[in-house]
Ligand binder design. Sequence first.
Ligand code: CMP
Length: 143
Amino acid sequence: ALERTLSIIKPDAMEKNTAGAIVARLEQEGFTVKAMKRIHLTRAEAEGFYAEHQGRGFFDELVTFMSRSPILVMALEREDAVAKYREVIGATDPAKAAAGTIRKLYGANVGENAVHGSDKPATAAREIAYFFAGYEVAPSATA
Ligand code: CMP
């Protein structure tokens, strides 16, 4: 089915000026950008976004990294978007990601791994709503 997923280009990829190459790759893979903005998260905003990871050993490192410099946040649409996006970005750890995937190409390590993607459709809806007001996201598949 036609789905949306939340994509974040993380601080490491933004700092290296690889955001354009990553967006171009996603467009080539059939994703349509339905919403997009560059923002610099506060620590509290990063903690809110990653609330499900609170208590994990890497939580502090994760929110420190995600609030280090600006990110590019997008709502992407495609047939089977969540699964297809995860395929294109590759495994969380760039060292374990398949050749040609975005994390293999642009990620540095398991923390600084270039991009985020929603893990399932229900999460995608929540994550898109976390970053975008209703008027900022195209409301239908054709808009
Ligand atoms: P992301 O898809 O943004 O969702 C949670 C993030 O936690 C994940 O990408 C990783 O970048 C990060 N993460 C997972 N495991 C570790 C780890 N062991 N050390 C640092 N960061 C991690």
